[in-house]
Ligand binder design. Structure first.
Ligand SMILES: Cc1cc2nc3c(=O)[nH]c(=O)nc-3n(C[C@H](O)[C@H](O)[C@H](O)COP(=O)(O)O)c2cc1C
Length: 240
């Protein structure tokens, strides 16, 4: 016997939702080639820790953040705030607070294994890029929806949603010819205080954005091959 679900929605929610026609993406002549070219383009994206002090106009940062804001999110709650910092005094404050945490991290908090895993990147507690980069985009995740016109203030799949938004942001940065670093001075609570964020917003990532310094170098690391990250249907069974 089928189970009958008793609907307890109020009448406003029982109204039919509104749909509009999809504005479909334009289909390239050769989608596989286009996808391959995009993959190659994205392969050149690297995390950069040496920035030029050359300015980046605010309009460019606004376009990048606008792209991040196109990300899908649980129940379309868009649970993110992007604080774009360019004031040198605030950047200095952030650097100083981050370096306090990083000194603790490298001296005590990090395990031996973690420090060994970080060795290829040559990172340490000094974070000059937090002042050199013309912009720091500080990403906050929102633990409730602050919009008054929203159905409820609940949010869903916040980490997944904000993670996707940051992925789009990094792709937009790369597309604009800029570079960025995904930075996580841990714990990042100090960012809420310095940037005067409301209680329901939690720091998610700190992303310096700018142009690479002359002669900038990056760690010589490799990415996993497609066969290492993708399976079609199920892993092949080993014959007995
Ligand atoms: C969630 C996350 C946190 C990261 N935190 C730091 C960090 O605190 N400091 C740093 O120098 N790099 C950090 N990175 C950058 C990684 O080291 C880098 O993405 C990785 O080595 C791959 O290099 P690529 O970005 O050039 O491909 C972080 C990356 C991610 C995705």
């Amino acid at each position: 016997m089928s189970c009958v679900h008793v609907c307890t929605l109020d009448t406003s929610m029982a109204d039919r939702p509104t749909f509009i026609p999809l504005d479909p993406p334009s289909v390239p002549d050769d989608p596989v080639r286009a996808a391959g070219m995009f993959r190659e383009f994205m392969s050149a994206r690297r995390s950069v820790r040496e920035f030029s002090s050359r300015d980046v106009p605010r309009e460019l940062i606004e376009e990048l953040v606008g792209t991040a804001g196109t990300a899908p999110s649980g129940a379309n709650k868009q649970p993110w705030s992007f604080v774009a910092v360019r004031d040198p005094d605030i950047k200095r404050e952030i650097r100083q607070a981050a370096e306090v945490e990083e000194r603790e991290f490298y001296a005590r908090r990090a395990s031996e294994t973690w420090l060994r895993d970080l060795h290829p990147f040559g990172t340490d507690e000094d974070k000059p890029f937090l002042e050199t980069a013309p912009w720091l985009i500080v990403v906050f995740k929102c633990m409730k929806d602050g919009r008054s016109r929203s159905e409820s203030d609940q949010v869903y799949y916040v980490n997944e949603s904000v993670g996707i938004a940051v992925g789009l942001l990094l792709a937009a940065v790369h597309h604009a010819g800029l570079v960025a670093l995904t930075h996580t001075p841990s714990p990042m609570k100090f960012l809420s205080g310095i940037l005067d964020r409301p209680e329901h917003e939690r720091p998610f990532l700190l992303i310096p954005v700018g142009w690479p310094a002359d002669g900038c170098v990056v760690p010589d690391i490799r990415r996993k091959r497609l066969e290492e990250i993708m399976v079609v249907d199920r892993p092949e069974r080993q014959s007995q």
